[in-house]
Design a protein around this ligand. Structure first.
Ligand SMILES: Cc1cc2nc3c(=O)[nH]c(=O)nc-3n(C[C@H](O)[C@H](O)[C@H](O)COP(=O)(O)OP(=O)(O)OC[C@H]3O[C@@H](n4cnc5c(N)ncnc54)[C@H](O)[C@@H]3O)c2cc1C
Length: 452
């Protein structure tokens, strides 16, 4: 008899596992309480990138005289933007649902929780549905972290999920948190024309990134008039009829029309019945091993609740690996995920992307590395596209030449990093990149130059 997979959560982790498990011959039931596609498609990743793309188009049009065009200008239509975000979400939800149904996955609309080691219930509009599972996958994602002092009202004090887009364009947005999400929202609202103040708790935006990369972004923010409040930690916030006042621990006070919290997320592991079935948590995240198995071996966890990298790409890969492992198809050199080799990007302008070993981390542990770096200022395609900001940096092993990591700041960085990601995961050497014949003119030529 086919193994029965019960999956709680229909984001990238859940729906990728469902598709593969069904393809491998399992009977699959997936419970989703909101929309198929998960927060990734409908609440976080995709809507934020869609808003950024609109801001980018606006900037390109309004800067068009630099490309030799005149009389071109555009203004933002907030209602049209809202419709655009909605329609992308609907299309993604439809296509994901169609894909899952075409593989024979049974979709239940409701809230799932475990009530025994092999028993899951789905609370649906039609009542409780009891399911007997051979394999359970917990893939319930995460939600924005809200500090106690913040009285989020969705009007003046917002989480990222209230911002696709907010009811009105903020005149002056105060962004709290300067990690990846915070800086993307700074860029997004600045490109829509809002004044933006960014509260940075340390002395560097993107505190976990290479300082050179962070400095390039800070320079761009300052040039665009973003106000940076460094070494400041928000400790209180009050919404008034026409604005917000944010207090910092050192007594500084920032006022604006709106505030947006971007201080991380918390895993959706509450109310899943995990304690009763013995699934161990660490700081609210499900503790998993290298096969994504929890402390109860037939209960797997993937995506944001697994406490690994909170990226859609990682969630999907974990989902596929789980389907392979649970179906006994787990073999070969790539059977475990190497999280160190995950590429990630920040969709600001210039874009930022990195993969593998960072220069700063190598120095921290005294590891010998070779760093080669070229700016885009000499790259023909960058000049053609009128944006030669940024650089490519490649980190390699000085003894073997093997590519260990890289960082790119510049136009299309999120696409270009894939070349370095492939080199890192395939163990290629800098010489392999240097000998490759890339298209001319292309931004990718900077990679072969940096690989000298
Ligand atoms: C603003 C923002 C931008 C981001 N941008 C990017 C990006 O550019 N690239 C990238 O790779 N990542 C990005 N991320 C991260 C990415 O969105 C997450 O890593 C990804 O969504 C995790 O996928 P998941 O499957 O774990 O969970 P989710 O996508 O959160 O899906 C989980 C699903 O489970 C459902 N659920 C929860 N509890 C239950 C329950 N009890 N019963 C039934 N259903 C339940 C939820 O409704 C949800 O649909 C971004 C995140 C944020 C906040």
């Amino acid at each position: 008899m086919a193994k029965h997979f019960v999956i709680i959560g229909g984001g990238p982790a859940g729906n990728t596992a469902a598709t593969y498990a069904a393809r491998f011959g399992a009977k699959v039931t997936m419970i989703e309480r909101d929309l198929i596609g998960g927060a990734a498609h409908l609440r976080d990743c995709v809507p934020s990138k869609a808003m950024i793309a609109t801001g980018s188009a606006l900037g390109t049009i309004n800067d068009a005289q630099r490309m030799g065009l005149t009389n071109v200008s555009a203004t933002l239509d907030f209602d049209a933007l809202r419709r655009r975000i909605g329609s992308i979400g609907e299309r993604l939800e439809r296509s994901t649902t169609t894909l899952l149904e075409s593989q024979g996955v049974k979709l239940l609309s409701g809230t799932g929780r475990m009530v025994g080691p092999h028993e899951v219930v789905a609370e649906t509009e039609a009542g409780l549905i009891e399911l007997e599972a051979d394999v359970v996958l917990l893939a319930t994602g995460s939600r924005p972290r809200i500090p106690e002092w913040a009285h989020v009202d969705g009007e003046r004090i917002l989480t990222t999920r209230d911002a696709y887009p907010p009811r009105t364009l903020p005149e002056h947005l105060v962004v709290i948190g300067s990690g990846v999400t915070g800086v993307e929202f700074v860029h997004m609202f600045k490109s829509f024309g809002s004044e933006v103040t960014l509260i940075v708790s340390r002395q560097q935006v993107l505190p976990l990134k290479d300082p050179e990369v962070a400095a390039a972004l800070e320079a761009d923010f300052l040039a665009r008039g973003v106000m940076l409040l460094k070494g400041a930690k928000a400790s209180n916030g009050v919404a008034t009829a026409d604005g917000v006042t944010i207090e910092c621990t050192d007594g500084r006070i920032v006022t604006g029309s709106h505030a947006l919290l971007a201080i991380g997320s918390i895993p959706n592991t509450d109310n899943l019945g995990l304690g009763d079935v013995g699934v161990e948590l660490i700081n609210g995240y499900v503790k998993i091993d290298h096969n994504c198995q929890s402390s109860v071996p037939h209960v797997y966890a993937a995506g944001d609740i697994s406490g690994k990298l909170p990226l859609s790409s990682v969630a999907s890969l974990q989902g596929r690996k789980i389907a392979e492992h649970a179906m006994g198809l787990h073999s070969g050199p790539h059977r475990h995920i190497d999280y160190e080799k995950a590429a990630s990007a920040i969709f600001t302008e210039p874009e930022i992307a990195d993969v593998g070993l960072a220069e700063v981390d190598a120095f921290a542990v005294g590891r010998k590395i070779r760093v080669t770096k070229v700016p885009f200022s000499a790259n023909a395609k960058a000049l053609i596209e009128d944006d030669a900001r940024g650089f490519v940096k490649i980190i390699s092993d000085p003894a073997t030449g093997v590519v260990l990591g890289g960082a790119i700041v510049g136009r299309h960085a999120a696409e270009l990093i894939s070349v370095i990601a492939l080199a890192v995961s395939a163990g290629l050497r800098v010489a392999d990149l240097h000998e490759s014949l890339f298209v001319h003119p292309s931004m990718a030529e900077a990679l072969t130059d940096a690989a000298e």
